[in-house]
Every structure is written in C-alpha cells, then in structure tokens.
Design a protein around this ligand. Sequence first.
Ligand SMILES: Nc1nc2c(ncn2[C@@H]2O[C@H](COP(=O)(O)OP(=O)(O)OP(=O)(O)O)[C@@H](O)[C@H]2O)c(=O)[nH]1
Ligand SMILES: [Mg+2]
Length: 450
Amino acid sequence: MKSYVSDDMIFALATCVGKSALAVFRVSGEGSIASFASCFSKPERLLAAKTNTLVYGTVTGVDDVVVSVYRKGHGYTGEEALEISCHGSLASISLMNEKLSQLGFRQAEPGEFTFRAFLSGKIDLTQAEAVNEIARSQSRLSQTLALERLGGALSARIHRNRDLLADAMSVIEVQLDYAEDEIGGDTSFPFDEITDARDDLAKLADTFRTGSLIGQGAKIVLAGAANAGKSSLFNLFLKTDRSIVSAVPGTTRDFIESNCEIAGINVRLFDTAGLRTAGEEIEAEGIKRTKALMRSSDLLLYLVDSSDPEDGYESISERLEKEIPGVEKLFVWNKTDLPSAFEMPEGFIELSVDSAEGFEALVSGIVSSLGMVSDSNGCELLIESPRQHRSLVESVRSLDSVLSLAREEECLDIISVEMKEALDQLGYICGELTSDDVLDRIFSSFCVGK
Ligand SMILES: Nc1nc2c(ncn2[C@@H]2O[C@H](COP(=O)(O)OP(=O)(O)OP(=O)(O)O)[C@@H](O)[C@H]2O)c(=O)[nH]1
Ligand SMILES: [Mg+2]
C-alpha cells in the first residue's frame, strides 16, 4: 500500500480532540519504547516494564501520563507499542503531538494500527473490517454482531468451509494425477462435501441484507391517506412530539426524518405527507416526495384510518404492490379505539396510536419484516460488508458450476479451475489473498488512531 510503510514508528491520538478528562495517544513500531523513554521521567522503569503493564510518570514539559506497555507479539498491533493517557486538554494534546513528532514518530494514516495488526497476523481481514464496523455501529444490535465477527466467528465459518473444499479439491487432484480426465460415475466425486460447503456459504451470503440493514440502519417510511395517524405514530416511535399532529387532513406536507432505535435496530424513520388527490401545489409536491421515499425504503408502513369510511383501504395492498413493487410493506389498521367503519381486511396489524394498544405487535412485525432478530433473542452470525458478500456470491456461483459440470461428467481440468476460483474467493474474504487496492479501500475508511 502506497501510504502505509510498515517498518517505522507511528503515532496518533486515539480519542477525540475536545474538552475531555483524558486523551489517549497510541504509538507502535520497533523502537517505540526506547524512543519514548528518552522523554520520560522514569526511563529505566519504562525500559524494564513487562508487557501489558502500566507505568506512571511525566513527559518533561508536557504532562503527567500513564503509559500502557505492549511488547512485540502483544497488544493491538502485535508490534512493540504504547498507549499514553494524558489530560484531555487541547494544550496537552498539542504538546504531546509535537513531542512525539520530535521523537521521530510519524503521524499514522487512517486505519494504520489495524493494518499493522493485520500484517502481523493478529487479526485477519474479516476481523479488521469488524473493527471498523464496531466503530461505526449505531445500535446495540449492530455492535453485538460486529463484536461476534471481531471474535473470529466469521473467519472460523469461512475456514471450516474452505477446509471442506480443500479436501474435495485434493480428491479431484488425485483423480487428475491419475490422468482420468472424466469422472467414471459419481462414486468418487466429492458431491456431498461440495454441496455442504455451497449451502452453508449461500446461507451466509443470504444474511447480507439483514446484516447491512442492521449495520447501516433501516429506512422506514410511514405513509397512508391524510389523517391516518402517521405523524402520531412517528411521535410514538420517537417518544416525543416531533411532528405536528392535527385533526386537519394534510397537516404534514414536507417529509420529516429522525433516527431512532426499534428493538435494538438503528432506524431512519420518515413521516410523510398524506396521500390524497392534492388540492394545491405544495401538497402535490409533498405527495410526489412521499412516493419517491416509499420507493427507496427498506420497509413501508402503510397506515389506514379504520374509523374513516372515506379512507380507501380496499385492495390497497394490490394497488401498492403495483405502484411500489419490490418494497417490503406492513399494513396498519389504526385508530382501533374508535368504532370501525369496515371489517379489517386480512394481513393488517391492529393499532391504536392513542392507547398504544397493538404497538408491541407492530414492533415484532417490523423486526420480522426486516428479516431480523431482535436484540433480545440472541444473535446468529451475519455479514454486513459488501466485499464479503460479493466474494461469497462468487464462490457459491463457482461451486454451482462445479456441481453441474460434475453431474454432466465434464472434464476434471475445467472442474478444478472452478473449484480453485471458489477457494480463492474464500481466501479474499479473510485476506489470505488480496490486492493493495482492496486493502487501501478497506483501511482508508477507518478513522485515524484505529
Ligand atoms: N382516536 C384516535 N385518534 C387518532 C389515533 N391516531 C391518530 N389520531 C388522531 O387523528 C388525527 C390525525 O393524526 P395525524 O397523526 O396528524 O395524522 P397524519 O396521518 O399525520 O395526517 P396528515 O399529516 O394530515 O396526513 C389527529 O387528530 C390524531 O390525534 C388513534 O389511534 N386513535
Ligand atoms: Mg402528518
């Protein structure tokens, strides 16, 4: 990678610049401890310190500090490294920056500490990506899932399948060595092993939609006829009077958006203008925007006022499916505290925003419509990286063609090329095979100090 030299000493502020109790600097690289000891009030103590221990002292003319010592092979990067905690004032931060530069440390690039951890074999590429996913996570659930990947659950799953496929590959290679260029019957071809790996990888690839929704947050749009109770429901989700509620139809014109957590899932929630034949220009523009939002949503919550004989709910699901195809939808039969003007059609969720009756069922409906687990019922392994997803899909595609070529008793040479491709794709996921471009893209999206 062009900007990451791996044999020098680097440093970065690992905490934010601002008013805070403490600031933490990270330094890493061969010679870090000796270099830092030259400005430290107790150099011998520092030079003799065992790994994973703390040394208290003063950086002359800068600040009192506590230094965490990591010897080579330990700590985050796997290199000789220190974490220096000083006071969190802007003056301390600036003086410490100057001091470390004078001592010969280079300001680290974004993600460079994690890159070094990857280089030294402390973590693989899935774990490096998990570090960034944790740093970016905005909900408890996304944090928990990323932690699972950081712990190596994804790597272990990929390696298990890779081992299975490597064994299958060696069976194929033996047959190739014996110059049997065609499979004689299906007895010796490892169909079962390849099918098992293929199915497991496909299952993992299928978790991407849910994983990325959890990681990036789900876009949920509240829509429906004017006065159906969209703004009231929006406020109920946010637990605040964010959107104006009134009995006058057409209250919300421009859409309103806000972040919230629903069952541990990070959600970008939109309240929109009621859908009706618009009377004037501004409302018509609001409705146009509502429709665009509906099309781009991960989940559409369509509200009907069950007490209003005018609210055209009839065959709404078919109509919406035609108008907004391919978007997950939930239909909400609101205002159940009032006498119903019609019998509730099948598939609607009953709700009274006023009394909050039915709200829990609505939340469960949202969780399952997004294909998610709620934070209370444990976590399966999910992926959220588009890069990992692409490789999984490619690997499954190659394995599908291996299986169909083998069924057609095609030449083993061709089959082994596809097998190799499937194995390579798994190698890309964990970073055993990779290019500088890919590494650059992954690590440059980290923040400095990570
Ligand atoms: N009884 C009852 N009234 C409700 C309920 N939900 C909303 N309302 C009332 O219905 C009226 C319209 O509510 P809003 O939340 O403003 O409806 P809206 O869909 O945002 O309306 P527009 O922005 O005009 O499209 C208000 O008077 C609410 O108090 C409910 O569950 N029960
Ligand atoms: Mg409204």
